[in-house]
Design a protein around this ligand. Structure first.
Ligand code: BES
Ligand code: ZN
Ligand code: ZN
Length: 512
């Protein structure tokens, strides 16, 4: 779907259909009587095919981190899904805050995220009918709206790219497939590089926790390192974050307004580490029939990191951004790792395995250790579908924000939520920390029967980062929102790509 700014002379006559966002009487006036009859107000959407017009109710578009705008766009997309309409004209409503760039961005996000389809494996395809959306900006605000539409399109396209990867079936999409896609990503952008490592390298780096998980899979593991390095010029540029709401992010102590590096200094360096379990059967601690279904989605963290690199490259962010993906299956077999095994991890911390289904933390343990040592990041963030406990604690729509530094976690939540995604901080404590003490090793990989599983997993992960990186680290547990059984917000059933926009908004809005 192409979303373009409409020129001054373009009107609804130049499109098959018009979408009218209506909160103010002015926008509705022409059809006021018909709308009243149709119950508009109680009904959010009223379609008038005879007038080639769709009315969608909207309050202040900047409300709720611009979700009002995103969801109104989503309602329009849904209402037109079975129409024979190729082009649509829309007049963008004026937000109370005056932030039209952010409104444009949110509008494009809402449209593209909602029009997503995954029909690659269906014999009968059902592409979304609307191909072009022509957007009229409030007077004199054309440039700001055009920038917002463009940034929002890039973000949402990257989310859909992530969704496509996560939705791929597990027999097709192996660690090798992920490596091949990461290679293609690097080929597409001159600012992105990709290195792929196999089992021999993992052995040479003592990544024995990662290797243990892979032990009974017929598919070799892959450690993938993507790196986006901004062109010299872009590392110095400032004030690129308008469309993401920088104007209302009030955390800044930096009066310069620069979202990236100051001229002359090295760009800020982020490392994103993704859990890439292309399938999680649970291993010998086998999952149940229902627990196993949808476990192709256990690669969502890694897929999201790929999407972050793609979006960063297209937006030419002024930061250095690394993606480290730990990719393997967790399967069963005679050579599977087993409860009672003791593993010496890359960091030298020894692990008693008591549950082979707590495999993500083993892969991440070695990847976090590797990323800190090899990349020396200013900040390190991992994304993982790590625990069912996080879903129980927060519900299926919210990402858990965990780590060692409360202020960092709160800071992340506050900025990431500007994307409209939901984040909630889960704190650990010393009583939770001692639940992974082991009698035979430094730590055990789960605490059977103990509540607080999301925090237990976070405490486990913290042991594998060198001390000086622990306060620079955030762990995002996306087990709930990464994959859904029904539609919600701008998401469909299946992969959502949740986490990507939050991380992008965080980087864009953060000023230090
Ligand atoms: N991949 C799962 C977590 C998960 C559960 C993701 C539900 C998405 C939806 C993870 O590897 C796992 O199995 N975790 C265990 C940990 C336990 C054994 C300590 C869990 O949550 O049950
Ligand atoms: Zn598992
Ligand atoms: Zn898993």
């Amino acid at each position: 779907m192409k979303i373009n700014l409409a020129g001054k002379t373009v009107s609804a006559d130049n499109a098959d259909y018009e979408v009218v966002f209506c909160g103010s009487d002015a926008a509705c006036r022409e059809d006021a009587e018909a709308l009243a009859l149709a119950g508009f107000g109680r009904a959010d959407v009223v379609d008038m095919p005879e007038r080639r017009r769709l009315y969608v109710k909207i309050d202040d578009p900047s409300k709720d981190n611009y979700n009002e705008m995103r969801f109104a766009a989503a309602k329009a997309v849904k209402a037109l899904a079975d129409h024979n309409v190729k082009s649509v004209f829309v007049r963008l409503p004026q937000p109370a805050c005056g932030c039209v760039e952010q409104t444009g961005c949110a509008f494009a996000e809402g449209l593209i995220l909602s029009a997503y389809r995954f029909d690659k494996y269906k014999s009968e395809k059902s592409p979304y009918p609307v191909e072009e959306v022509l957007v009229a900006a409030p007077d004199g605000q054309e440039d700001a709206v055009a920038k917002g539409l463009s940034d929002g399109s890039v973000l949402a396209d990257a989310v859909n790219y992530t969704r496509d990867i996560t939705n791929e079936p597990p027999q097709v999409y192996t660690p090798e497939s992920m490596a091949s896609d990461a290679g293609k990503l690097a080929e597409s952008y001159s600012t992105v590089t990709c290195e792929v490592f196999g089992p021999e390298y993992l052995k040479s780096e003592n990544m024995n926790a990662f290797l243990a998980v892979n032990q009974s899979s017929p598919h070799e593991p892959r450690l993938i390192h993507l790196a986006y390095v901004p062109k010299a010029a872009s590392a110095d540029k400032s004030g690129t974050s308008g469309a993401f709401g920088a104007s209302d992010a009030s955390n800044s102590t930096d009066a310069s307004g620069s979202a990236g590096a100051q001229a002359g200094s090295a760009p800020r360096k982020y490392a994103f580490v993704g859990k890439g379990l292309t399938y999680d059967s649970g291993g010998l601690t086998l999952k149940s029939r229902t627990g196993m279904s949808d476990m192709k989605s256990d690669k969502a963290g890694a897929a999201t990191v790929m999407g972050i690199i793609k979006a960063a490259a297209e937006l030419e962010l002024p930061f250095e951004i690394h993606g480290v993906l730990g990719c393997t299956e967790n399967m069963i077999g005679a050579d599977a790792y087993k409860p009672d095994d003791v593993i010496v991890s890359r960091a030298g911390v020894t692990i008693e395995v008591n549950n082979t289904d707590a495999e993500g933390r083993l892969v991440l343990a070695d990847c976090l250790s590797w990323a800190c040592d090899k990349i020396a990041p200013d900040e390190i963030i991992d994304l993982a579908t790590l625990t069912g406990a996080c879903v129980n604690a927060l519900g299926a729509y919210t990402t858990g924000v965990l780590g060692c530094d409360f202020d960092r976690m709160m800071g992340f939540k506050r900025l990431a939520e500007k994307s409209g995604e939901l984040y909630s901080v889960l704190e650990s404590n010393k009583y939770i920390a001692r639940l992974i003490n082991s009698k035979v090793a430094d730590v055990k990989n789960s605490a059977p029967g103990k509540p607080g599983g999301a925090q237990i997993a976070a405490v486990f992960l913290s042991k594998f980062l060198p001390e000086k990186y622990r306060d620079k680290w955030i762990h995002l547990d996306i087990a709930g929102p990464a994959f859904g059984s029904e539609e919600w917000g701008c998401n469909h059933a299946g992969a959502t790509g949740e986490g990507l926009r939050g991380c992008m908004y965080y980087m864009m809005l953060k000023k230090e």
